[in-house]
Design a binder for this molecule. Structure first.
Ligand code: AMP
Length: 220
């Protein structure tokens, strides 16, 4: 099963992608996580993308597409994958289409987590992440049991640098301009599943599972 998660920053893509990955046994591929990892490791790629990620701008399409194309050829993608944060531009979506055609595979569903801008800002401002395992918390709706500590491994929770107010605004502008057109792109392709991302995390998951559980791979 090949799935794309689409939605504004803060709409819950990372949380839902992790759950889908666990449920269907296929990898969760987050371009944001890949970039943050490379930045933390100070690799050549990390140095190239650091300024874009920290300032809330998009990493250039060519670079992003080449990273994702490489990732999709890894053996763990054989049974499918969940893409979180890719594609983010029409050019990226077209490259993904080209990948599916050349690999004789298909995109099964695009799950669009719909949310208002004020809900997204609210979510992003109270988001925290475990530095050890990457688990995402929300100080209001999903707080850790002990302040600043991950429930799973006790790792310290941190706030992403691009979750600070000014960068949040920039990211939402970028989203509206470059990523929102993908909603009609995928609606036109008959692949869009729209879910209210503003409801509780479990309700979102249940709606998505209900739509995906019975999904038979479409003939190529
Ligand atoms: P995310 O964790 O998905 O919110 O992504 C964090 C940041 O990584 C974004 O604000 C961009 O700077 C960069 N990024 C992630 N995915 C992409 C993409 N598909 N295209 C370009 N830049 C991306």
């Amino acid at each position: 099963m090949n799935i794309v998660l689409l939605g504004a920053p803060g709409s819950g893509k990372g949380t839902q992608a992790a759950r889908l990955s666990h449920r269907y046994g296929i990898p969760h591929i987050s371009t944001g996580d890949i970039f943050r990892h490379e930045i933390a490791q100070k690799t050549e790629l990390g140095l190239k993308v650091e300024e874009y990620v920290k300032s809330g701008r998009l990493v250039p399409d060519e670079l992003t597409v080449s990273i994702v194309s490489g990732r999709l050829t890894k053996p763990d993608c054989g049974q499918g994958f969940i893409l979180d944060g890719f594609p983010r531009t029409v050019a990226q979506a077209e490259s993904l289409d080209a990948y599916f055609t050349s690999a004789k595979r298909q995109l099964d569903k695009v799950v669009y987590l719909q949310m208002t801008e004020s809900q997204a800002v609210e979510r992003l401002s109270s988001r925290r992440q475990c530095e050890a395992c990457g688990q995402i918390y929300n100080l209001k709706s999903q707080p850790p049991k002990e302040a600043d500590k991950c429930d799973t491994d006790g790792g310290t929770l941190f706030q992403r640098e691009d979750d600070k107010p000014e960068t949040i605004r920039k990211r939402l502008v970028v989203y509206n301009e470059l990523t929102e057109p993908l909603i009609s792109y995928y609606r036109g392709a008959g692949l869009l599943l729209t879910v209210n991302g503003g409801q509780g995390v479990d309700s979102v998951s249940n709606e998505v599972y209900a739509a995906l559980d019975g999904l038979e791979p479409r003939p190529a």
